[in-house]
Design a protein around this ligand. Structure first.
Ligand code: MTE
Ligand code: MO
Length: 439
């Protein structure tokens, strides 16, 4: 909905109706190009085009909510800090905003990103590539609050509790991070995303930002921080978000007690363009996407155009710091043939992406080398296949037997009807049609 429409509707409907609309607007902020897995709760996936952006705009940023989006009033909101601390306290959003502010660019990726690509399939949201995004987060250091409360020596884990209310019999969404990660100066509680107040779907008014770690510990609608002297045994720590940490035979049921919580993300890159199974005209082609890593920083991205035999350095086109993703591109001079294009990211310790994904019971941390198939054809054939065969059967075209002038009229009619023929392809397309299908 446009801003003008929104304001017009509010002005027209008055105060109580506008409250209701504010709720609808939260969902409206997402682009119609998002892949919708569920509207209630909100589970939206970023389309591949998002990997071309250095910072993910909010309307393309994925949403993963286990429960319905709560409406937390920023004016009456308070954050409680309690547990293994010497002076528990409660703080308002206004007072949080008065504390020293930090900003950092950080990639957040759902541990289940890529689950839909595993075989055998497992239950859960069937994400493909886009339950990941890169934003600029603004807020306060969690360490500043913990120091103010005074951590006792018994403190081991920090429980982050959100204000969302479980749906049906589902357990409450609660996650812990070990004290060392909680005290990291880059672990923040954010009230801003991309310079705007944090949107409702992303945890307004306050969420955790745990750089380098899976999205599951970036707790939204944060309301209570409880310092614990032991491991937390809530569902989302003891049962969900656990990984065997080693290869297990596909389809195995592993006892959660034998698995470890998902923490660091894995090094990974995604190709945004070209798309899988495209037909490309020969010549200069841009291969581009984004790459990131977890606790170990990203070092480089390489591209292969021959199915993984030769690798060429890609150019990093962003400077998003230690915790952000980096956009990259590679200029490829494509000649006719069939190709398997690949991108592979490597971290600062030489860790890189596998060619085959090891299976795990909940489908977490998918990071296999992304491969895209492409067929490169001479220019006139690419126009023919891309613009004509998308809608028409070849037999129908073969039956036409037209002169060049007649083909010109035919093609221009198709363009008026919406056929996508790039200007530079019109001539080659006419040459192709009038030599192959002539009277
Ligand atoms: N309170 C609360 N926090 C939450 C969740 C949730 O359901 N409730 N989902 C988590 C998961 S699994 C992910 S991947 C991220 C998604 O954050 P986003 O919706 O801002 O993209 O939030 C995390 N924080
Ligand atoms: Mo997630």
């Amino acid at each position: 909905m446009s801003e003008v429409n929104r304001l017009a509707r509010r002005a027209f409907l008055g105060a109580s109706a506008s409250l209701l609309l504010a709720r609808l607007d939260a969902a409206d902020e997402k682009s119609p190009r998002m892949i919708v897995h569920s509207r209630k709760p909100e589970d939206y996936e970023m389309p591949l085009e998002g990997f071309l952006q250095a910072i993910t705009p909010i309307d393309l940023f994925y949403v993963r909510s286990h429960h319905y989006t709560p409406q937390v009033d920023p004016d009456t909101f308070t954050l409680k800090l309690q547990g293994e601390v010497s002076t528990p306290f409660t703080i308002s959003l206004r007072d949080l905003r008065r504390l020293p502010k930090v900003e950092l660019i950080g990639v957040m990726e759902c541990a289940g990103n890529g689950r839909g690509l595993y075989t055998p399939r497992m239950p859960g949201l069937q994400w493909t590539y886009g339950s990941v995004g890169n934003a600029r987060w603004g807020g306060v250091r969690l360490a500043d609050l913990l120091k103010r409360a005074g951590l006792k020596s018994s403190a081991k884990h920090v429980l982050l509790d959100g204000a969302d209310v479980p749906v049906g019999t589902m357990p409450k969404f609660q996650r812990t991070v070990p004290v060392a990660k909680a005290l990291d100066p880059d672990t923040i509680l954010a009230y801003e995303m991309n310079g705007q107040p944090l949107p409702a779907a992303h945890g307004a008014p306050l969420r955790a930002v745990i750089p380098g770690w899976g999205g599951d510990c970036w707790v939204k609608w944060l309301s209570t921080i409880q310092v614990l002297d032991r491991e937390f045994d809530g569902f989302f720590m003891k049962t969900a978000y656990r990984h065997p940490g080693k290869a297990v035979p596909p389809g195995t049921a592993v006892d959660p007690a034998q698995m470890k919580p998902v923490e660091s993300l894995r090094v990974k890159s995604v190709i945004a363009t070209p798309r899988d199974n495209v037909i490309l005209p020969q010549g200069q082609t841009r291969i581009a996407g984004a790459a990131w890593s977890g606790e170990v920083p990203l070092a480089k991205v390489e591209v292969s155009t021959d199915g993984g035999r030769a690798w060429n350095a890609a150019r990093l086109t962003s400077s998003n710091g230690r915790w952000g993703w980096q956009t990259w591109d590679y200029a490829w001079n494509a000649t006719p043939g069939s190709y398997r294009l690949m991108a592979r990211a490597t971290d600062a310790r030489g860790g890189t992406q596998p060619f085959e994904q090891e299976w795990n019971p909940s489908g977490y941390l998918w990071n296999v080398v992304h491969t895209v198939r492409a067929e490169v054809v001479p220019l006139q054939m690419s126009a023919y296949r891309g613009s004509c065969l998308g809608c028409h059967n070849e037999d129908l075209i073969k039956g036409q037997r037209l002169t060049r002038a007649q083909w010109e009229r035919e093609v221009d009619k198709m363009i008026r009807w919406g056929a996508q023929v790039p200007a530079e392809q019109r001539g080659p397309l006419l040459d192709y049609l009038s030599t192959r299908f002539k009277p």
